[in-house]
Design a protein around this ligand. Sequence first.
Ligand code: HEM
Length: 455
Amino acid sequence: MLTKEIPVAKGLPLIGNLVFLSKNNRKFEQFCIENYRKLGPLYKACVLGKEFKIFAGPEANMFVTQQGIHHLTTREAFMVMEKEFGENTIMVLDGDSHRRSRKIVDQFLNAAAIAQYVNPMIQVTLNFIKDWQIGQRIELFHAALPKIILNQLSSALLSCTLTDDFVEDIYICISTLLKVTSEQKGESALRKPTYLKVKNRMLTFVKQLVDERRKTGQVTDSPDVVDFLLSVKDDDGQLLTEEEIFSYIPIIIAAGLDTVAHTSAFLIYEILKHPEIYQQVMAEVSAVFDNRIPDLEDMKNMKVLRGAAMETLRLHPVVFMTQRYVQHPFDYQDYRVESGQIMYFASGVSHFLPELFPNPYTFDVERYAPPREEHKQPGAFAPFFLGPHRCAGARLAEIQLMLTAATILYTVQPQLDPPNYTMKTALYTEESPTLAVKGNFYIKTRRKIPLSSLA
Ligand code: HEM
């Protein structure tokens, strides 16, 4: 018989576990990890009288993978996205319509497609680096990387260049949507002139891009995502509707921008902070770059860099928690979880458990290679979440992280500036949708490989 009450995390009178919503620090992650230890995978937090149910650790990750599809939905959890960007947005689809949408997305995010993106993405990165001078201080986190990643995505997937002010537009748009979704902001944020202006600019850009392409037809040697969306037919032989085409383009840019840009900054920081790993990565990267621009196979063979990227995704999960709607009730251990409520899945908790990742706060790039393969333990590694909505761009993201770090490290051999810099990170800052650096993150360039030698 399921009689047990779901335990409640200890908190202060009235404010309860206000840390749950606290900004500008990572106490929130610590809160989730500590309560997982004390109370088990399923517990409640309480903030100003409002209750939040949290499901954490490998148990929660396994539940999402194995049973989520029978009990959980995203539509009600991300209702705001649906209201703002339409009912075809992949994140709010469930069941058959979601499977259909994933089939479409997977065609431009599969391994063959990614192989085509590697060279243009490296070229975009080199194009940014070409203006950097030897000895120059470069702010990577806020200034350089978001622009580089935005243009990697727009250039390789959409064959267009976006102006730098799009970075700010997209950050405002996603931050507002995520904060309204997680109730950190009220729905009135969606009626603020700044938000409405950036949303309209994004939608206008998408419409112009698609209209223009209808007129010109394919503009590159091989079809890009826009060409694909204009020509793909579903199982019934139907072309996509205008609304469906429009729904895919913003999500590619929005889902891939801050996530990849921020994780790339964490990756470069971790490599520069660990001299022995830096030496190994440089040896691996130089072995290819000294001769040619790497392709997908070359990137996959960079084992130390790959280990560093995985370790960065584990230690700095930009999406530590997400939410789902309980559509059908379920039993977990001695507890019953009723339908009709939102649940928070703290998928990143497992990354910090020593029983899964020994010395969890140590940056250890060898965890992922045989025989250890710690990430393969059930429910252990979830930077891209799990289940049917697991990040559709995960494969691309891993390659983007590697190629961005490899190109910057090889070309300008940077050092941290100041050399003893220690990065501090914060969740839920005003301007950032995901885990962000507090203050600035500078590197200083130490050399410059002539771009002609990389042609
Ligand atoms: C380090 C980089 C990235 C991280 C950590 C990341 C993380 C995530 C996570 C956690 C989700 C699931 C959210 C949820 O269901 O609540 C997600 C979904 C998604 N991501 Fe990523 N992402 C990254 C990069 C990318 C890139 C580069 C793209 C595409 C260009 C992308 C496209 C998507 C899409 C389309 C979804 C929705 C999938 C669905 O609902 O079926 N992501 N991502």
